[in-house]
Design a protein around this ligand. Structure first.
Ligand code: 5AD
Ligand code: SF4
Length: 468
């Protein structure tokens, strides 16, 4: 069946549910874990739920439908889900709340087994590949009071045309591809999100044009490996049209009137070809901060991680970009305590951090994931050493951030104003091109605009500025 046809069927389920719900003033809440791709999926789940006639609430106790969108990249997300399920059981018992659990964790068989044994009160489990069938699953459970397990092991298709309810009205994320073919040895993503497949460029462009018309200013292009956009399709010789690479896609998005900033996460260092570097340099709207996941600084560890680059190649790439793109800066992801990581290996990580001086480092303690090669490695690192290394890395990163923040003080920065500050009603907040938060005093009419601010002081996680 054509995808369009499949979406039409789901639209019919949405209409049926809407009829059942009419006049009931029903509410829903959604709890999202994990990465921006999951947040983007949650916006689609919310879009479908709202069309079914539910309105959003942040009060979990008053929700008639609770949706979880789970992540399984690290173990702590599991504890979070089970904790929350323990909490919502009483709402289910008291009000008959519908409980639907989706996301990457549902692709893990042992997790669904545990749900059935210890939390059998759920109504629907679904995965990333069956997300578009959410209306049908909800309808079935509403009508037949049956527990639905809708998980597919094969790779899902690229889905177009789902309703979407966006969380923000200035910044939006747009998925450009799904899945991953890299199989880094620590990572569960390729097993749960399936093989890499890219969305058609014309669909991506149409979506962004629509966002621009709605007044969105900043777009983040999302994918597990964005700089290999359309690569597998190209290699298979598929007719994918003219925009058949990430560099070309960036250039097209850059042309869209109304969009003022373009970001993307995450590229893979091994796929950072020169055409992408050229495109970043040429495209004035592409922010000159590149998220370039390092994961580890030791070439030995990178090899067992299956990252396919060495420390030297990573540093050479950074240098190449610095030489070609004026003012470019970097952020990164780092894992500490990967199996077999010695003190010397860890010091190589610290060395790269020293050398690159990242704007932001997302630090993770290695977490064993069932089914990945690294989980089977014998030389696992003790929790104690992992935590000690994490703290050493954190100290270095924080001292660098503070030092780096100092460089902003006294400069004038272009800031996209995002809204009121969450901690102070009288302040506005926005971000620099390099993604630094800046708080300042200003009037609401500035929200959604890019303005120039003079940076007055730095406060670790934000800067303070004033209108120039
Ligand atoms: N343990 C710790 N961190 C992990 N990541 C992915 N898998 C694991 C794991 N098993 C981190 C990587 C990746 C980020 C999204 O999550 O740094 O870039
Ligand atoms: Fe996981 Fe590596 Fe794919 Fe990123 S590139 S999703 S870390 S396997």
């Amino acid at each position: 069946m054509e995808m369009q046809e499949k979406i039409k069927i789901q639209q019919e389920y949405i209409n049926k549910i809407k009829k059942l719900n009419v006049g009931k003033n029903l509410k829903y809440t959604i709890l999202t874990m994990g990465c921006q791709l999951n947040e983007n999926d949650s916006e689609k789940i919310s879009g479908m739920i709202e069309e079914m006639g539910y309105t959003k609430t942040n009060k979990i106790e008053e929700a008639n439908l609770i949706a979880f969108n789970t992540c399984c990249v690290r173990e702590n997300a599991e504890d979070k889900l089970f904790g929350k399920l323990g909490e919502v059981k009483k709402y289910k018992e008291a009000n008959g709340t519908i409980i639907a659990i989706g996301g990457c964790m549902m692709q893990e068989k042992h997790i669904v087994e545990k749900l059935k044994q210890s939390y059998p009160f759920f109504d629907v489990v679904f995965g990333p590949h069956t997300l578009y069938k959410f209306p049908e699953d909800i309808y079935e459970t509403m009508l037949n009071k049956k527990r639905i397990e809708d998980i597919l092991d094969i790779d899902g298709e690229v889905i177009e045309g789902l309703p979407i309810r966006r969380d923000d009205n200035i910044k939006a994320s747009v998925a450009i591809m799904n899945g991953c073919n890299n199989f880094c040895s620590y990572c569960i993503v390729p097993y749960v999100r399936g093989r890499e497949r890219s969305r058609n460029a014309k669909d991506i462009i149409a979506e962004i044009q629509c966002l621009a018309k709605e007044g969105y200013k900043e777009i983040t292009l999302l994918g597990q490996n964005v700089n290999s956009y359309m690569r597998v399709e190209r290699e298979r010789g598929e007719n994918v049209g003219e925009i058949d690479s990430f560099a070309k896609l960036l250039r097209e998005v850059n042309k869209i009137e109304g969009i003022e900033r373009i970001r993307f996460i995450s590229p893979h260092p091994k796929d950072f070809t020169d055409d992408v570097i050229e495109a970043i340099k040429d495209c004035q709207k592409v922010c000159k901060i590149i998220h370039l996941p390092l994961q580890a600084g030791s070439s030995e560890i990178l090899k067992t991680m299956n990252r396919k680059y060495t420390k030297e190649q990573y540093l050479a790439l950074v240098d190449r970009m610095k030489a070609k793109i004026p003012g470019v800066v970097f952020s990164t992801d780092i894992i500490v305590g990967f199996p077999g990581e010695t003190e010397e290996d860890f010091e190589e990580t610290l060395d790269v951090v020293q050398k690159v001086c990242f704007e932001q480092v997302y630090m993770f303690i290695y977490s064993r994931r069932v089914g990945t090669p690294a989980d089977k490695m014998e030389n696992q690192i003790s929790e104690e050493i992992k935590h000690a290394r994490f703290n050493r890395l954190k100290q270095l990163v924080e001292s660098q951030i503070q030092e780096n923040n100092q460089k902003y003080v006294g400069t004038v920065q272009k800031v996209l104003v995002e809204g009121k500050s969450k901690t102070n009603e009288n302040m506005l907040t926005g971000r620099t091109d390099t993604n630094k938060v800046v708080n300042f005093e200003g009037t609401d009419d500035l929200i959604g605009k890019i303005i120039e601010l003079k940076i007055l002081s730095e406060h670790m996680w934000y800067l303070k500025g004033e209108i120039k």
